[in-house]
Design a protein around this ligand. Structure first.
Ligand SMILES: [Mg+2]
Length: 347
């Protein structure tokens, strides 16, 4: 099964939020083989990602054995390492890797979840969580069946008053009771002093994690924060490649890893991240885990599954599993079980 063509495109995403990187948004990737099978993946990087795939990666992969996924993944990283170890190039590689995993599943008539774990429980309902803005939305989410909620606190600014955030968390905990998990996402804009003060202020309310309080490049700050914070520190949606997650684990910057499978290097990288996490006793909670690409790994590899709600404005995939009563179940069709609206390929 030789690779005969790669193509990619950025579909329209009407209704995407203002902070979404529209010009560099998600791209659909298709890898076809000489026996007529097409694999579908999703990566990032917009037109820049499309260009990388249709030039550099196409030159590297056309004519190669599509089954050789792990070696092709390593070659894509090595081939682009002088200019693309993080960011847009790895986002593009992610989409190609996912298309290769989709091809592997389709050629063996197996879902990706079964490729990852032959004994995966396909029927198992996987708990999900939703991002909310206040405790009224939190109550609605938990009543709707979600296991957990994440509080969006960007509106409190770059140097928030820790007492204000603690009050929000206290109100939410009082509304939800003891069982629901509560998390906070800080959008990577606080400083160390603020992050530590917030982490201490919210500790009495048992927050499952404080997500991205510092910018991702603040390596030393994260090491201090994780050591001194009574609240677990999460991050990783803006990290690229397994080596980055190995460093995070060894330096103990986060205890919850949140790789985005469409950005970090695809399924091959995510499998490596699960192995790193197991060796270091860390939790993995993939970014946007309800989407069809990370969900098989959550079902097949995760001992503490919790799937984040999907990007609602990315609508060109058909067949994706849907959240129902707060839980989500795998689609067991071959590959990732999704097809792409053919309209995305039209100009
Ligand atoms: Mg986040």
């Amino acid at each position: 099964m030789k690779i005969s063509n790669l193509r990619a495109t950025q579909p329209d995403t009407p209704g995407s939020p203002a902070d979404w990187r529209t010009q560099l948004g998600q791209i659909v990737v298709e890898v076809t083989t000489d026996d007529g099978i097409a694999g579908i993946g999703v990566g990032g990087g917009g037109a820049a990602g499309v260009h990388i795939i249709q030039t550099v990666l196409a030159d590297l992969l056309v004519g190669r054995d599509a089954e050789d996924v792990e070696n092709l993944h390593a070659e894509m990283f090595r081939h682009t390492s002088f200019y693309g170890r993080v960011g847009l190039v790895v986002m593009a590689i992610s989409g190609v890797d996912l298309a290769l995993w989709d091809l592997r599943g389709k050629s063996r008539d197996s879902s990706v979840a079964r490729l990852l774990n032959r004994d995966v429980d396909i029927e198992k309902p996987l708990p999900t969580y939703l991002t909310v803005f206040d405790d009224a939305e939190a109550i609605a989410a938990i009543r709707g069946g979600h296991r957990a909620i994440k509080l969006h606190v960007e509106r409190f600014g770059d140097r928030p008053d820790p007492n204000q955030i603690a009050q929000l968390v206290a109100d939410t905990r009082a509304s939800l009771g003891d069982d629901a998990e509560i998390m906070i996402d800080a959008f990577a804009r606080w400083d160390l002093e603020t992050s530590l003060a917030v982490a201490k202020a919210i500790a009495p309310y048992r927050v499952a994690w404080l997500e991205e309080p510092l910018p991702p490049e603040e390596v030393a700050g994260y090491q201090v924060l994780e050591r001194e914070s009574p609240t677990p520190i999460a991050g990783g949606e803006h990290e690229y490649g397994a080596a980055s997650f190995q460093e995070i684990a060894e330096q103990r910057r986060h205890v919850v890893l949140q790789p985005d499978i469409n950005w970090c290097g695809g399924m091959t990288t995510l499998v490596q991240i699960y192995q790193i996490a197991a060796q270091h006793n860390l939790r993995v909670c993939p970014h946007r885990g309800c989407e069809p690409f990370a969900l098989p790994a959550i079902a097949a590899l995760d001992s503490q599954p919790l799937a984040e709600s999907p990007r609602k404005w990315f609508k060109c995939l058909e067949g994706a599993a849907q959240i129902c009563d707060g839980v989500i179940r795998l689609n067991d069709a071959a590959g990732f079980g999704v097809s792409v609206d053919p309209a995305v390929w039209r100009d």
